[in-house]
Design a protein around this ligand. Structure first.
Ligand SMILES: Nc1ncnc2c1ncn2[C@@H]1O[C@H](COP(=O)(O)OP(=O)(O)OP(=O)(O)O)[C@@H](O)[C@H]1O
Length: 570
């Protein structure tokens, strides 16, 4: 927390100075009032004292305004830093960690939890700082006027604090659970929205709504728990406040009647008492809010403590000499026992086309993820242009390797932003040429600002794939990994892609995962994966001779193609 505040210390110092000044000016006022009241019976009120009082009131109000501004703007800046750091950290967590968490919970931590932290900084800090100064200052002034009355007031306030403390502690736990339940609620809603077509087509809105409502009810229950604990604090504050006021009026009135205290002193004492009571109530309220903020901060901190992917390392050197572009040496990776890839030895030669084939679920996409170091091998190692990947900076490595995922997801933003991923320095003309080359001139005619996905136009699966191909044309990577790159396009567009691969091969290494076996026959090498292991490696004709799994795949593909071509069998 202190580290977060450090960059804003000037503004916080300014806030502290004006808060102190405001409290000092408030403490002067009852003393002046005392003189005015005590002289009022005998003389006309001295104008200088009235002037001083008026000036103190105006100056105090101005200082309070300035304090509110400084503290609120500092807390906004702290929240901005917190959100930016948290987003950066979350996006750098290991991919497996992000795949096994619910997105909604991460979103809640970035939005709702950081808002609570901001509220604590803004309201909590200003209230605590100004209240503490006022309470201490007033108690000192009160003890100068009447020490016995001061002790009586102090005892009542101390009792209230002792009674409230356990509630505040429980409130912290309850708020933590409440914030966590908001995360679950957000995740459930996010999951329903992101698969809305599936939900609609199975008329499953009611089922999903019921689950969301159950989560919302859980949050409501926890919210009520928070409300009950907050409410329990209120009567304690009320009794202490009223009690202190009545006790001072009673005892003080008797002492004025006995001549032990002047009327002016009692008036001043009462005003100081208000300066103790109101800020104490504020202070206790602020403490309960601070407990809530601390719970939210704990959730933010929990995420920040998780290790990110290793950062730093050597820059990836890129192709040089005749070393293989990529190499997996006895590499394994496991999602869970029995599921993953095992003992993979694979050499991807530079400048060649390597095709990966295999039955569904055999581990082809996992293999591509290992080759781009999206997953770290649990055993063995990846080498990139001869260097162990573990020594290389992951981001520099990935800049040399393009990866087009299955179904080619696009960023829900403009066409331009999607293309600039390839190279932030691209000009419009180059981007438009690439779009035309892959047959997306129609989309380009609507402008590069065209928003796609979430809130914009929906691209078809084939259009998303062609957008990804355009990005490949624009990027200056050395290796291209393509997972089922033509699964959503028609036969005519497949040939556009095949020509594109030939162009890419002039300068880059290409690895494709494909079910279209006809398209990979000409690859320099074909790798056959089955049940998480490499079961064959070679050219098309070599594999036809030695790899039964490959022969089966080819036979199935041929049967599929002839069924598609024969109208009688369709
Ligand atoms: N994120 C994940 N968490 C857990 N298991 C996974 C995950 N991704 C894949 N798997 C499992 O790992 C195995 C290999 O999956 P992978 O996606 O690599 O296969 P694939 O050969 O690419 O399949 P397809 O051809 O159907 O795309 C499968 O059994 C799959 O269920």
């Amino acid at each position: 927390m202190l580290a977060l505040l450090r960059p804003h210390r000037r503004r916080l110092l300014a806030a502290a100075v004006v808060t102190l000044a405001a409290s000092g000016l408030a403490l002067v006022q009852p003393a002046v009032l005392q003189s005015l009241v005590d002289t009022a019976g005998t003389h006309a009120p001295p104008l200088t004292l009235v002037g001083v009082l008026a000036l103190a009131v105006v100056a105090e109000s101005l200082c309070r305004g300035a304090a509110v501004y400084h503290v609120m703007s500092a807390s906004e800046s702290v929240t901005l830093d917190l959100r930016a750091t948290l987003a950066q950290h979350a996006l750098r967590l290991p991919l497996r960690r992000l795949e096994t968490t619910r997105r909604g919970d991460l979103v809640t931590r970035l939005t709702a939890d950081t808002s609570l932290v901001r509220q604590v900084l803004a309201a909590g800090m200003i209230e605590v700082a100004s209240s503490a100064v006022l309470v201490v200052g007033s108690l000192v002034m009160m003890s100068l006027i009447d020490p016995r009355l001061t002790v009586l007031t102090g005892v009542l306030i101390a009792l209230a604090i002792v009674m409230i403390t356990p509630f505040a502690r429980r409130l912290r736990g309850a708020t933590g659970r409440y914030q966590a339940s908001l995360g679950v609620l957000g995740a459930e809603f996010d999951s329903a929205l992101s698969s809305i077509r599936l939900v609609r087509s199975y008329a499953a809105e009611d089922g999903r709504t019921a689950r969301i409502a159950t989560d919302a009810r859980r949050s409501w229950g926890l919210g009520l728990q928070v409300a009950r604990l907050s409410a329990a604090v209120e009567p304690v504050i009320g009794i202490a406040t009223q009690g202190a006021l009545l006790a001072v009026l009673l005892v003080g009135g008797i002492r004025v009647g006995n001549g032990e205290l002047t009327l002016g002193a009692l008036v001043a004492f009462l005003v100081y008492l208000f300066m103790v009571i109101l800020p104490t109530a504020q202070l206790l309220g602020a403490l309960t809010r601070i407990q809530a903020g601390v719970a939210a901060l704990a959730r933010v901190d929990e995420l920040m403590q998780e290790p990110t992917e290793p950062q730093g390392g050597l820059p990836c050197a890129g192709p040089g000499g005749v070393v293989p572009a990529l190499e997996l040496v006895r590499a394994s990776f496991e999602y869970e026992p029995g599921r993953g890839l095992y003992d993979v030895d694979l050499v991807v030669p530079s400048g060649q086309h390597t095709a990966i084939v295999g039955p569904s679920g055999s581990g082809k996409s996992t293999l591509l993820s290992l080759l781009q170091r999206l997953y770290e091998p649990t055993d063995g190692e990846l080498r990139v242009f001869g260097d162990p990947a573990a020594l290389l900076d992951a981001r520099s490595l990935r800049r040399r390797i393009d990866y087009v995922e299955q179904n080619a997801p696009a960023l829900a933003t403009s066409l331009r932003d999607n293309l600039l991923l390839a190279d932030p320095g691209l000009d419009d003309a180059t981007m438009l040429r690439a779009l035309a080359r892959v047959g997306l001139a129609g989309a380009a005619e609507r402008g590069l600002e065209l928003t796609i996905g979430d809130g914009g136009i929906a691209l078809s699966g084939g259009e998303r794939q062609r957008l990804a191909w355009a990005r490949l044309l624009l990027s200056s990577s050395d290796v291209v990994l393509l997972d089922e790159p033509t699964s959503n396009v028609d036969t005519a567009t497949e040939s556009v892609f095949d020509a594109l691969v030939q162009d890419l091969l002039a300068q880059r290494t290409v690895v494709t995962v494909s079910h279209r076996l006809v398209a990979v026959r000409s690859a320099h090498q074909i790798v056959v994966v089955d049940e998480g292991r490499i079961v064959g490696q070679g050219t098309h004709s070599e594999l036809l001779d030695d790899c039964p799994t490959y022969r089966d795949l080819v036979a199935h593909d041929a049967a599929r193609l002839s069924a598609a071509a024969d109208p009688a069998r369709r």
